[in-house]
Design a protein around this ligand. Structure first.
Ligand SMILES: Cc1ncc(COP(=O)(O)O)c(C=O)c1O
Length: 470
């Protein structure tokens, strides 16, 4: 019999090698159904292995139904053990459903960090107290803690729901009871739950343009029509909203990526628009723990009197993105469905991490970290703004929170060329047009993150822009 067996060195694993070779030959049709196999003695001699190895392989194939033995007659290949691939059909026939055209985006945090790392929205992991965090997580991973043998509440660990409710009260003036919240794996997961629960294929979802691409991609994946709406100095242009929008996704505290805060008048206009159109608003408050002005505007949801705002937040910036923890403050009519959607999707989050985070907040360590890191970020923000303001050809847009600022380029300057040339010098920053629905109509500018870059590297790195923008 023509049987190719890669036995490798030594005797260990020979039974498995004979088994694999026979199984592959049967599945490929090289040994057809009904064919009688050689005796174990003959095949062993042929392959130069012990008879026991061949007998072991036959036994396993019989047990799995690939072979049958007939007493006195020998061992045979069973009739059609599995359906074979018809000649000419592709080896990889499965495709996503119609309309699913997305592929994973490159991940910005992988690979060696550039020398001057001004990529948007990356917090400085060196500022985070990992020692204290590790102790808290380790304590929650004991056998006696958090009932590890059972499933947990899909809405989130009760201690974390309470801690987040308190945290929202003191840090953002948002009134929430633990029972109004759902803990999620970050904002992205919150958007996924909201979209599953609220949207139907064919609905219209309005997003800011320029805006946050992962949100746009998530809504697009649900088979809805995503409409980009312009943003001006007051925030999303409410007059530009499509009449039929069922959901509007906005970043009022720190527009991503332009950096401005939505004005009070625009907030009221948006709330009124949603009330009359019976639409929902998703308010993404992703990074305003770090703010650099005396009196920030309170979140949009605190002005909402018609129950149309879903407020989402994250610990990705205030701690670090890999902690994958965020929250969703849901109107009472939606919360049961949102909790059910969480349970259907993945049952619940990491209980030990949630319990540790509750203690991190309750013991004041989270607030201390945000205060300390916030001072560092405020200093970096001021240095970056000063360095950009001193760079010819740039107009820095006002921004009083978060981990990035945006600057417009003088007409005639080519942002793509500047970003590529800077990258060759080790300076990583982003093109504003990368966040626009249509690059060809986008304003020309640069998005400059300052979370991860420190000290003299700020001025040194941004000085590399001068010859490119002069
Ligand atoms: C607008 C916006 N929302 C949310 C996030 C973070 O989301 P997540 O909690 O999924 O990490 C970011 C991070 O860059 C962001 O820019």
């Amino acid at each position: 019999m023509d049987l190719i067996v890669d036995l490798g060195p030594g005797t260990a694993g020979r039974t498995a090698a004979v088994y694999r070779a026979l199984r592959a030959a049967i599945l490929d049709g090289r040994i057809p159904a009904g064919r009688r196999l050689p005796s174990t003695r003959a095949l062993a001699a042929d392959l130069g292995v012990s008879r026991g190895s061949v007998a072991g392989a036959y036994e396993r194939l019989v047990a799995e139904g690939f072979l049958i033995t007939r007493v006195g007659a020998g061992t045979f290949v069973a009739a059609a053990p599995v359906a074979r691939r018809p000649a000419g059909s592709p080896a990889d026939p499965l495709r996503p459903r119609a309309g699913w055209t997305l592929v994973p985006e490159p991940v910005s945090g992988t690979g060696p960090a550039p020398r001057y790392d001004f990529r948007a929205g990356i917090p400085d992991a060196r500022l985070f107290p990992f020692g204290a965090w590790r102790r808290l997580v380790a304590a929650e991973l004991r056998l006696g803690a958090n009932s590890p043998g059972t499933y947990a509440d899909p809405a989130g660990h009760p201690a974390l729901l309470s801690a987040v409710a308190r945290h929202l009260g003191w840090s953002r003036s948002v009134r929430a009871a633990p029972g109004d919240l759902v803990i999620t794996n970050g904002v992205q997961h919150a958007l996924d739950l909201i979209a599953r629960v609220l949207l139907r294929p064919g609905d219209v979802v309005a997003v800011e343009d320029p805006g946050y691409p992962p949100a746009r991609r998530l809504f697009a994946s649900m088979g809805v029509r995503v409409a980009g709406v312009p943003v001006d100095a007051d925030g999303l242009v409410v007059a530009g909203l499509p009449d039929r929008a069922r959901l509007v996704y906005v970043t009022p505290s720190h527009q991503f990526p332009l950096g401005g805060a939505m004005s009070l008048a625009r907030r009221q206009e948006l709330l009124e628009w949603a009330r009359t159109r019976q639409a929902a608003i998703v308010e993404d408050d992703y990074d305003s723990e770090f703010r650099f002005s005396a009196r920030p505007l309170e979140p949009l949801c605190t002005l909402d009197r018609s129950g149309r705002v879903l407020y989402v937040g994250t610990f990705s910036k205030s701690m670090f993105p890999a902690v994958r923890t965020g929250f969703l403050l849901a109107p009472p009519g939606l919360r049961p469905a949102l909790v059910a959607a969480r349970q259907i999707g993945d049952f619940h989050g990491q209980t030990a991490v949630q319990a540790a985070l509750a203690r991190f907040i309750d013991e004041g360590q989270f607030a201390r970290h945000v205060r300390r890191a916030g001072r560092t970020y405020a200093a970096r923000h001021a240095r970056v703004v000063a360095a950009l303001a001193a760079t010819p050809g740039l107009e820095v847009l006002p921004s009083a929170a978060g981990l990035h600022v945006t600057a417009l380029l003088r007409p005639g300057l080519d942002a793509a060329r500047i970003v590529a040339a800077a990258r060759r010098d080790g300076l990583a920053l982003e093109e504003l047009a990368a966040y626009a629905e249509d690059r060809s109509r986008a304003a020309s500018g640069l998005v400059v993150g300052f979370g991860a870059v420190d000290g003299a590297l700020i001025e040194e790195g941004l000085a590399l822009l001068r010859p490119l923008t002069a």
